[in-house]
Design a binder for this molecule. Structure first.
Ligand code: AGP
Length: 608
């Protein structure tokens, strides 16, 4: 999600910035730009689309200078376009930013009221205006940035370059990555290590709340709200490929580990704990509109369909609205009854899946209101919808969806709370309690991820299995379906997900001592019934792998247990999904498959 590069040294920096941005391409982006100090002026060049477009622009309008900043933008606020591309300039300062400014609406309103004119739709331009205003009050650049940071809420990594001082770049980090590169008479900054490796292997990882200044001679680092700090210089020994994956063996594993951050970013700026509701104007679903909903129809494919099942369940239980989840690939071929009064929620990581797009368009033509829950800003499904609820998971590169899935679950949980509160089905207290549970999910995911090695051990024991079953009930039934899909798509082991109660209606015939059966047993309203289903499996010698939050529950029936932190029923699927992803990953890795690009599959399915 966005890439930042900064350079202060002795060489022509435009090619260095461009090369750094290329090394950050894996993060995903839709536009790019640079600001270079040419000794007199700030020269800013930006282009929509790929870096070749920025390279062409630099070819037509060469810029010369040895201090500059660059950026690749993954749109979150405002369409992917040249005018929204970074750097953003106000007065004499240029700013690039990665992250989301939570209080951008109120800050922008204040700035506009004081006469500031905005040239973009981004939250970032606010930062440039605020720094310019602080400079106008007589503060020097470093202090002007510090003052600005004090009013920002949210996630940011920023780099600031001023026309008045080509000798330095100011940097700040809070919840978005930023690392400094320490060279010989040259200093760099970047969102990630790969962008620095052609220049140096000595880096300094900034911490949240750090404010830094880099000059050719070195770096000065202080706490935004305090004095100087020492940050150690780390020598990087990774290869370039390893560095792009953050040291992880595969993008999928990296993305599994990014889930706590993906959930935090998806919740950021939306959760209103005081009201027990949501700030989500982008959805176009105010209380009046929500009250008029007759039925909610979720449309999606693959993993997104499993997230849709989560949404469907919660819309019914929390908002008391009739809800159905449909495979988009089936929906449009059966002349569906859909129209006015229906809220159609199109769920898609890419926002480009042909079946989901076509189904959403058809539903809209028939009079339904369409809400897109997508991860890619300005994607086709977002454009085809009346409103959007973006998951802010950042770009997902592994074909197998992981962080986008749990971000979808989080977004759909928020949607259910919003509709429930709007219709009076949920009290303020209940809404608040559920949102608080959501807010606590990232910490519970981190705790679960800390047990990855244990899951790897279990994965080793089933690496030669021919088939596997995944069982869950209630909300966990959708997790079971997703667990099975994950295992089959990356390890090529045949796997099926079932609602536990269905076992005795057929699948039980498959169970023998060679069959691993992953059972989801969180402490919820379905636990008792699920335990009976697990006993049925155990009685046929099935190898039970229990995912639970209370170890004593499966003491006598499970061959392996994976213990996760306890969470409320509505959000426990976000936590229990994590070990299932890890299990699939390690099985696939030990089988030596192409984890990030499984055979026959594509990341974005744009054919029907
Ligand atoms: C997930 O691991 C799969 N690769 C696939 O099922 C995917 O979820 C499906 O193709 C839908 O894609 P979308 O979310 O981009 O619409």
């Amino acid at each position: 999600m966005c890439g930042i590069i900064g350079y202060v040294g002795n060489e022509e920096c435009a090619p260095i910035l461009l090369d750094g941005l290329r090394r950050l391409e894996y993060r995903g982006y839709d536009s790019a730009g640079v600001a270079v100090h040419d000794g007199q002026e700030l020269r800013v060049l930006r282009a929509a689309g790929k870096l070749t477009a920025l390279g062409d622009a630099l070819g037509r309008n060469p810029v010369h200078g040895a201090t500059g900043i660059g950026h690749t933008r993954w749109a979150t606020h405002g369409k992917p376009s040249e005018h929204n591309a970074h750097p953003h300039v106000s007065g004499n300062v240029a700013v690039v930013h990665n992250g989301i400014i939570e209080n951008h609406v109120e800050l922008k309103t204040e700035l506009k009221a004081s006469g500031r004119v905005f040239k973009s739709d981004t939250d970032t331009e606010i930062v440039a205006h605020l720094i310019d205003l602080a400079l106008g009050r007589g503060l020097e650049l470093f202090e002007a940035v510090r003052e600005t940071l004090k009013v920002l809420r949210g996630a940011y990594a920023i780099a600031v370059l001023s026309k008045d001082d080509p000798s330095r770049i100011i940097l700040a980090k809070n919840a978005s990555p930023l690392v400094l590169g320490v060279g010989d008479g040259v200093m760099l900054a970047a969102s990630d290590v790969p962008a620095l490796l052609s220049h140096t292997r000595d880096v300094i990882f900034l911490e949240d709340g750090d404010l830094a200044e880099i000059r050719r001679e070195g770096a000065k680092i202080v706490r935004v709200d305090g004095g100087p700090v020492e940050r150690p210089v780390t020598r990087i020994t990774w290869s370039l490929m390893q560095a792009e994956r953050g040291g992880f063996k595969h993008f999928m594993l990296k993305e599994i580990h990014e889930q706590p951050r993906a959930i935090e970013d998806t919740l950021r700026g939306r959760v209103n704990l005081d009201e027990g509701g949501l700030e989500a104007g982008e959805m176009g679903l105010d209380a009046e509109t929500a009250k008029k909903i007759r039925r909610v129809v979720f449309l999606a494919c693959g993993t997104s369909y499993h997230a849709a099942l989560h949404g469907r369940y919660l819309l019914e239980s929390l908002a008391r609205v009739e809800a159905v989840a449909e495979l988009a690939s089936e929906f449009r071929y059966r002349d569906p009854v859909v129209g006015e009064g229906d809220l159609v929620v199109a769920v898609s990581q890419s926002g480009e899946t042909a079946d989901t797009l076509a189904a959403a368009k058809e539903a809209r033509e028939r009079g339904a209101r369409v809400l897109a829950v997508v991860n890619v800003q300005g994607s086709a499904i977002a454009r085809a919808a009346h409103g959007t609820l973006y998951t802010h998971a950042g770009p997902e590169i592994g074909v197998a969806s992981t962080k986008c899935f749990t971000a979808q679950q989080a977004a759909l949980t928020m949607l259910a709370i919003h509709v429930g509160r709007s219709r009076g089905a949920l009290s303020v207290e209940k809404g608040r309690a559920l949102l608080q549970e959501l807010v606590e999910v990232p910490a519970k995911m981190r705790e679960t991820l800390a047990g990855a090695r244990h899951v790897e051990g279990i994965a080793r024991s089933i690496v030669h299995a021919r088939d596997a079953l995944f069982l869950g009930r209630g909300l966990s039934a959708a997790v079971a379906l997703e667990g099975a899909l994950k295992l089959k798509e990356i390890s090529y082991i045949h796997a099926e997900g079932y609602a536990g109660g269905e076992m005795k209606h057929g699948p039980l015939a498959l169970v023998d001592r060679d069959m691993p059966v992953v059972c989801l047993l969180p402490s919820d309203s379905t636990l008792e019934k699920m335990l009976s289903n697990v006993q049925e499996v155990r009685a046929r010698d099935g190898v039970v792998i229990a995912v639970l939050d209370e170890p004593s529950v499966a003491r006598d029936i499970a061959a392996h247990t994976i213990v996760v932190p306890r969470a409320a029923e509505a959000v426990s699927p976000l936590v229990t999904s994590v070990p299932l992803q890890l299990l699939s990953y390690y099985v696939a890795d030990h089988r030596g498959t192409d984890v990030d690009q499984p055979r026959n599959l594509a990341k974005t399915v744009t054919v029907e």
